[in-house]
Design a protein around this ligand. Structure first.
Ligand code: TRP
Length: 329
């Protein structure tokens, strides 16, 4: 049996270059080797955005367009909607019997995401979203999960849940491994924090040439390099991080030019704009193809969801049997 890949995103915003470098790029490669499932996590989006259901509804389509535009191919990958797989909710309830509140409260990603809302008074659904994420991964018995490194604690929990379930009931679930992109988390154009739409430091995958150019031109560089003949420090410069991520073959030359003050920031920025244009242009083309065909996109999501549902039903049958919940045969 070929191994399965599962991954997905909360549908709380369009995706950006950080998502691409951290995980989308891997997904596009993996779909040729494995049976790939890509989840539009609308229920997980509700854990933070339950007051804005139509915001989530809108973004579900936007993220689907992001997937199609980067080259996730509906012929090779199953793209599906989380809320339309009720078995994920069922599994979440069953797993929650043997996951303690303390383990969830100590999950570093839950902790850092809860900072604004406060660690002491989290919503029950939000606190438990890593359990729901374990259900996302295990309903289809995925063994490979390409994600950014912030997701590693959730993968660890999933592995624990699988081991616990298998020893308590019956060994039917599979332990997944994370697959993290080979670059550190991409920094935003402010050079201050990881790229994030809500911080306003992100370059979105659907950026036009003008938007891309402006974002790069306005991006922070080494603050110690005030004049062109001041030597620069590429390791503190977000533009250099973009060279490493998207133009690795030229990065060494950029480093030298910067450190020796032989190349100015605007020339350096020119090279990365050109490289990113080459990356984004085919994405723009695919996006406009699908954006002009909303019915095709709906068909892709409906048939992907139908497929995922079939697999979820099979797993649920096994789980009910293992947990003695198959009362009438
Ligand atoms: N937590 C992920 C994010 O914030 C989204 C997600 C939901 C996910 N379920 C998943 C990722 C299962 C990998 C596997 O983007």
């Amino acid at each position: 049996m070929t191994e399965r890949v599962l991954t997905g995103d909360r549908v709380t915003g369009k995706l950006h270059l950080g998502h691409y470098a951290g995980s989308l790029k891997n997904r596009v490669i993996l779909q040729d080797q494995y049976e790939t499932f890509v989840l539009l996590a609308d229920i997980q989006a509700l854990t933070t955005h339950f007051e804005q259901p139509d915001f989530i509804r809108r973004h579900l389509r936007e993220v689907a367009l992001d997937y199609l535009s980067v080259g996730i191919d509906p012929m090779r990958s199953t793209i599906f909607v989380q809320s339309m797989i009720p078995e994920i909710a069922e599994l979440t309830v069953l797993y929650s019997m043997f996951v303690t509140v303390n383990v969830l409260r100590h999950n570093p990603t839950v902790k850092s995401e809860s900072k604004s809302g406060g660690l002491d008074d989290m919503y029950y659904g939000f606190l438990g979203y890593p359990v729901s994420q374990a259900a996302d991964i295990t309903f289809c018995k995925a063994t490979i999960v390409p994600v950014g490194d912030d997701q590693l604690p959730h993968l660890e929990l999933t592995r624990k849940i699988v081991r616990r379930f298998n020893e308590l009931y019956k060994p039917i679930l599979l332990e997944p491994k994370p697959l993290v992109g080979d670059m550190p988390r991409l920094v935003g154009t402010d050079g201050q924090a990881k790229m994030s739409k809500s911080l306003g430091n992100a370059i979105m995958l659907d950026s036009s040439t003008e938007e891309l150019t402006l974002k790069i031109k306005r991006a922070v560089t080494d603050p110690a390099r005030i004049h062109k003949n001041d030597p620069g420090h590429p390791d503190v410069c977000p533009i250099y991080a973009y060279h490493q991520a998207f133009r690795p073959e030229g990065a060494e030359e950029i480093r030298e030019g910067c450190e020796k003050a032989a190349m100015g920031c605007s020339a350096c920025k020119g090279f990365i704009i050109e490289a990113l244009e080459q990356l984004l242009e085919p994405m723009r083309e695919r996006r406009s193809y699908y954006a002009a065909r909303p019915d095709t996109v709906d068909d892709i999501l409906m048939s992907g969801t139908e497929r995922a549902r079939g697999i979820a039903r099979e797993t649920m049958k096994e789980v009910r049997e293992a947990m003695c919940l198959d009362y009438f045969g």
